[in-house]
Design a protein around this ligand. Structure first.
Ligand code: DGL
Length: 254
């Protein structure tokens, strides 16, 4: 059982930013990563569609014998993780926008959250804000189109810069000094977002926290892989495997 892989999934390459963190913390674990590129983006879909897609991918990963599943997608977590936990006995590590740490560190009292439309519109996102905000103003910013640009490998294009400006400027105008990257795709735009936002704005994502939580849960269940050699990675996708491989190369992921 300890030798079994960790399963990870996202609507596309976004979860690779999380995989990078998991790999750094748990280099000896085998990983199966599923990119649901054939159904990407999740961010414009309904709650029911997202639940159905997450359930389908879970079956694929379970058939491969994974020992834990990391939902490396904020949109899928916020809409589907409760359902998944109810219907499957395997452990799920979810991924939520880092609103709590952002609230703890803001000096201006304003936090911006960049995320998908489905995330921002979700009931669970509103609950997260209500639970932690207190006196802090949390400004959500849905960012339609960004995921598609990242999936096209456009990390630095003029079109992507324009889109980033359109989404970041309202947050700066509102007085945010901290911006949460509330979608696992966005860390791939970190250099561009940092450039547009300027040096005084902190950008937060939760990849490292999710890696630590994965480690904690595996340790609790006595499922950490004791081998000393580096673990393998198996890539699965509902899209075109050649395009997925090309994009991984462009994103500099193994
Ligand atoms: N990467 C996903 C997230 O963290 C969503 C991308 C999409 O819209 O498909 O929210």
């Amino acid at each position: 059982m300890k030798q079994r892989p960790i399963g990870m999934f996202d609507s596309g390459v976004g979860g690779l930013s999380t995989l990078r963190d998991v790999r750094a913390l748990l280099p000896n674990e085998h990983i199966i990563y599923y990119a649901d590129t054939g159904n990407c983006p999740y961010g414009g879909r309904s709650h029911e569609e997202i639940v159905a897609l997450a359930e389908r991918v879970t079956h694929v990963l379970l058939e491969r014998g994974v020992k834990i599943i990391v939902v490396a997608c904020n949109t899928a977590t916020l809409h589907a993780v409760d359902y998944l936990r109810e219907h499957f006995s395997i452990r799920f590590v979810g991924m939520e926008p880092g609103i709590k740490p952002a609230i703890a560190q803001t000096k201006t009292g304003v936090v911006g959250v960049m995320a998908t439309q489905a995330t921002v519109a979700g009931e669970r996102f509103q609950r997260l804000i209500a639970r932690y905000a207190g006196d802090v103003q949390v400004v959500p910013q849905a960012c339609p189109g960004l995921v598609e640009l990242i999936e096209a490998g456009e990390l630095q294009s003029a079109t992507t810069r324009e889109a980033v400006k359109r989404y970041v400027e309202p947050l700066l105008k509102a007085g945010a000094d901290t911006i949460v990257l509330g979608c696992t795709h966005y860390p791939f735009l970190r250099p561009l977002i940092a450039d547009v936002a300027g040096p005084n704005i902190a950008l937060l994502d939760t990849g490292a926290a999710v890696a630590r939580q994965t480690q904690r849960l595996l340790a609790t269940d006595d499922l950490l892989n004791p081998q000393s050699e580096p673990g393998s990675i198996e890539w699965l996708t509902s899209g075109d495997p050649a395009d997925f491989a090309k994009l991984r190369q462009c994103l500099e992921i193994e």
